[in-house]
Design a protein around this ligand. Structure first.
Ligand SMILES: C[S@@+](CC[C@H](N)C(=O)[O-])C[C@H]1O[C@@H](n2cnc3c(N)ncnc32)[C@H](O)[C@@H]1O
Length: 303
């Protein structure tokens, strides 16, 4: 995240004090693990979200929006549904610096924090499920909010998307199920695939698997202290889909797990238009092996 945003977050956290922050972070992570929403309600809750979750949601949104920028191009306006403290909007600001951003968020405390780093964004403090119609924007985003919207119809998000829609959820079986459901519903309604899938056919992922990706997140020293963690980073697991009104060129496949490196052999699991494939690339296939050494989870397969 931009350095000035990180500094602002540190200041808010310092104002709350470490013990209250640590308690609020523990509550937040218990709620997150249980897949339940936590109403912010206090400066400590908001600060805990800012320190422990927003860098991760930002990183996931940044990774997902890359595909939109690369395949769809620039957009002029962005609507962020369940914007919270603005993690996804901030990521959208990086990829679409000239876009007008609108955030819809029911929690005034969270979105008040977002105003500090997105001062020019329009804000609607409202329960989105009670709004008559969503204002049309080029790009509609729902980052880590679908799971909190209950039975909110995906079609309402899609109606507001003039160019594209991105939905991101935690990379858990539940998060993936939400993304897969939205993907199929909107493909059936005529949406075109942008990412991560290489095809518009039914998702070939079978239980107990779930399709998800990982974004590397630097942990601040405060974040490490709150979590009693040693590592200076964590990998945020997320599931996502990006869809558009117009067709885009899709890759030949997508790497859906960390490639496994064994002596003289690299095993790569990909999703392709023909289904899931396990490729075993031996050191004897010199060119392919060299390319496979650089391959990473989440990469598009070009040929
Ligand atoms: C897990 S947070 C994600 C926040 C942000 N999108 C991010 O990626 O960091 C989910 C947000 O959705 C908001 N939300 C949940 N239900 C909502 C509703 N019905 N209307 C508006 N906002 C809602 C919550 O208040 C919360 O801030």
């Amino acid at each position: 995240m931009p350095a000035e945003v990180l500094r602002n977050i540190e200041e808010r956290a310092a104002a709350v004090g470490f013990p209250a922050l640590k308690r609020a972070a523990a509550e937040l992570s218990a709620a997150y693990r249980a897949g339940r929403a936590l109403h912010a309600g206090s400066p400590a809750n908001v600060a805990a979200y800012l320190v422990t979750r927003m860098p991760a949601t930002y990183a996931a949104a940044y990774a997902a929006l890359r595909g939109v920028r690369e395949r769809v191009g620039a957009v002029a306006s962005v609507l962020d549904i369940g914007a919270g403290t603005g993690g996804a909007s901030l990521a959208a600001r990086q990829w679409f610096p000239d876009a007008a951003i609108t955030m819809i968020e029911r929690d005034p405390d969270r979105v008040a924090a977002a105003r500090a780093w997105l001062p020019d964004a329009a804000v609607t403090v409202a329960d989105v499920t009670r709004m008559d119609a969503l204002p049309p924007h080029d790009l509609v985003m729902a980052a880590y909010s679908l799971g909190e919207l209950g039975r909110f119809p995906a079609a309402r998000l899609w109606q507001a998307a003039r160019v594209a829609l991105v939905a991101i959820e935690p990379g858990t079986p539940r998060g993936f199920a939400l993304i897969r459901g939205l993907r199929q519903e909107l493909l059936d309604a005529g949406a075109r695939m942008v990412a991560p899938c290489p095809a518009e056919t039914a998702c070939p992922m079978a239980q107990p698997g779930w399709c998800h990706f990982a974004a590397r997140v630097e942990r601040s020293s405060l974040h490490r202290r709150i979590k009693d963690a040693e590592l200076g980073y964590e990998d945020e697991k997320f599931s996502y889909v990006a869809l558009a009104r117009a067709p885009v060129e899709l890759p030949a496949g997508r790497i859906i797990r960390h490639p496994q490196h064994r002596p003289g052999l690299i095993v790569i699991e990909t999703c392709t238009p023909a289904g899931l494939r396990l490729e075993r690339i031996s050191r004897r296939e010199r060119e392919r092996f060299r390319a496979a050494r650089k391959a990473a989870w989440g990469d598009a397969v070009i040929s």
